[in-house]
Design a protein around this ligand. Structure first.
Ligand SMILES: Cc1cc2nc3c(=O)[nH]c(=O)nc-3n(C[C@H](O)[C@H](O)[C@H](O)COP(=O)(O)OP(=O)(O)OC[C@H]3O[C@@H](n4cnc5c(N)ncnc54)[C@H](O)[C@@H]3O)c2cc1C
Length: 289
């Protein structure tokens, strides 16, 4: 690994000052579980690491029925998995966090790091996209909010500017009769990236018969996490039965943009999107009935 300078900061102002001073030579360090791997294999060679773990409040998790769920960017994946209020109100987030890596990686890795690393197979994006999460991004020029589904631009790339930091993720409180689930498919049960990830957030009407609203988000089957909007449109306002669920799942698989790599072929991934979307939609519907 190339030598680098290490700075531990306690305020956002210090981060912006250092980013402005060192430009592309500087990188943000959170848990380091992605960054240090890339530094060791020399894919990245930053000259200065800005450790943000000492900034107070950036790991806060709080819930308010009106505001929704606030997740600080430095909240560890382990806390997302185990936090009682998340398990109660947003179980799909805990479920997704529980799939990520090992206990050690979950204890060290952060939500902000997982999203900013922008892996197409990243564990946390699909379920947060399906829940309509938005991101608070702060830079030297001020703050802005971006929907998570608009955050990713390419593998490893996001809309974050050089002088910006992700500080928090806000998840709105879902409407009544809403269920959400994330299904990960990988070769091994632990320590493996997803071959396909499917998240569904479904709201049923008062009679629990028709789909009032649905978001289907797909991971590991495109350059960035994707919404299956045609699949969603097939269900919105429609009766949730075998036919509509099967057709929506087929549409979702056609919207996927998978590639062939060492984990699976594009064709296999597409079939798995169809099967997992169908399974996940049915599971959420059953849980709501
Ligand atoms: C053995 C192993 C298994 C893994 N398994 C999985 C898995 O199953 N699923 C999965 O999704 N991931 C997996 N990962 C990847 C990794 O652990 C996660 O992505 C983790 O959440 C990254 O968080 P971090 O805090 O360690 O990020 P870091 O490594 O600190 O940072 C990652 C990137 O994000 C930037 N960054 C971090 N925080 C911010 C911020 N607040 N604002 C702006 N930029 C920021 C950094 O500059 C860096 O470019 C695995 C990694 C390892 C080593």
């Amino acid at each position: 690994m190339k030598n680098f300078e290490y700075k531990r900061v306690c305020t956002l102002e210090e981060v912006f000052h250092l980013l402005g001073q060192h430009q592309e030579k500087a990188m943000i360090l959170a848990g380091g579980t992605d960054l240090l791997v890339k530094m060791r294999n020399k894919t990245l060679k930053p000259e200065i690491l800005i450790d943000i773990k000492g900034i107070p409040g950036l790991d806060e998790i709080r819930y308010d029925p009106v505001e929704g769920l606030h997740l600080g960017a430095l909240a560890s994946i382990h806390r997302l998995e185990t936090c009682p209020i998340i398990r109660e109100k947003f179980p799909a987030i805990s479920e997704a966090a529980g799939y990520l890596g090992s206990f050690q990686i979950r204890s060290r890795g952060t939500l902000g790091g997982n999203l900013c690393h922008a892996s197409p197979a990243g564990e946390m994006a699909p379920c947060l996209i399906s829940l309509g999460a938005k991101l608070r991004i702060v830079g030297s020029a001020g703050e802005r909010w971006v929907l998570l589904e608009d955050f990713f631009t390419d593998p490893g790339k996001t809309v974050l500017q050089r002088d910006e930091l992700l500080t928090a993720v806000q998840v709105p409180t879902p409407p009544p009769q809403t269920g959400c689930k994330y299904t990960k498919y990988g070769i091994r049960k632990a320590m493996d990236l997803a071959i396909v990830g499917v998240a569904v957030a479904l709201t049923l009407d008062a009679e629990k018969d028709k789909c009032k609203e649905v978001k289907i988000a797909l991971g590991a089957v495109g350059p960035i996490p994707l919404r299956a909007k045609k699949g969603e449109a097939r269900l919105r306002g429609q009766k949730m039965d075998e036919t509509s669920i099967a057709e929506a799942s087929l549409l979702a698989s056609q919207e996927a943009q998978p590639i062939t790599d060492i984990r699976a072929s594009a064709e296999y991934r597409r079939k798995m999107v169809q099967a997992l979307t169908q399974k996940t939609l049915k599971q959420v519907q059953e849980a709501l009935s």
